[in-house]
Ligand binder design. Sequence first.
Ligand code: TRP
Length: 425
Amino acid sequence: MTKKTVLTGITTTGTPHIGNYLGAIKPAIEASENPNFNSYFFLADFHALIKCQEPERVARSTREIAATWLALGLDTDKATFYRQTDIPEITELTWILTCQTSKGLMNRAHAYKASVDANRDAGKEDLDDGVTMGLFSYPILMAADILMFNADIIPVGKDQVQHIEMARDIAGRFNHLFEPLFTLPQAQVDEETQLIPGLDGRKMSKSYNNTIPLFCSADELRKLINQIVTDTREPGEPKDPDNTLMHLYRCFGNETESAAMRQRFLEGIAWGDAKKELFEFMDAKLSEPRARYNELMNDLGEVEAILHKGAERAREYSAPFLDRVRHAVGIRSLTDNGPVQQQSAPKEKEKSAEELARAEEGRRRAILMQIKPLLDQVEQADDKAAAARALVAEKTAEVEKLKKKARQKAQNELELLTEELSALL
Ligand code: TRP
């Protein structure tokens, strides 16, 4: 079967902290090592503009997040890693989708509703006070990020689940109105990793101002760990192992290490000693990627080049796919009267075997999207084998009737259909 595509974006407004690392970055990098998935990870810098009007901060955060993912070992041969604004197709798709999205759907978005509620509570007459069109249409840009690559699985925090549902709605509507080009994406929320405690014991979050930056210096790390709130139990008094220090320790340690530390709390380790232990433990785990991070931050040209390569690879999929979307809505060359446009083969530089394989995978996925309704028909038939044979016979006849140009496309579809249905034929 074809690989599933996992895609997620990171808004470039902040400095990556331990909570981001454990909750999002680490699981994403691990998933990208799984050969059963295609991974797309990107810096959502257009999203940053929605909530942040500080250019220096957006630019700094973009550098920091890019260097962080690379320092943590993201293998950019395995995952496609790019910056949203390097993919012009995403903005183009955003407009096309904007024209198909009902305003009513956007009225229901949590982020927008929260602003309206705050205005109402403040007794303001204009309930849309301070709301930009960017904030209002935010879910459409996000839908374009996702639908552009026909992503199946979107790992996100709970607060983003509604946006994935909106992307599904938008995709479904487009598929119904025009052509079934888009995959309906699904949110993936990892409940367990959401609960990384911050310095005050509440969830680690920028908005609580309780974060530990992932790659702060060792001194800073020690200082922050010393600020973690504990109770007033004296040295020697047994301590509840369900505490913030232990929780952080467990996030970095394996079972044996965690069990040993837990035992020490029960035996009454002093809070000061426990903080020292936690610092040393975390520092040992972070010092290597921190050194790599500092190297990358001193060689941003290299990081920029990696992002460019990622964008190039992403566009191998997005550019031809957007052509189909444009065609579907009627944005076509004047001389193009046919029902389906033949894609002109892009002029390509010499490509590595891996790049070719990737391009081929992209091509296959695009065709599969096209024939998906046919495969579904077979899947729903009472006699699947008969339906498969009839379908392939019908497609073969169609190919034979067609003229050269359209024929290649139908031929490609036929080949994949035969392949997908081979067990039934
Ligand atoms: N809006 C997301 C957030 O703030 C970031 C994001 C932008 C995203 N585009 C995306 C996440 C597409 C997943 C898929 O967390």
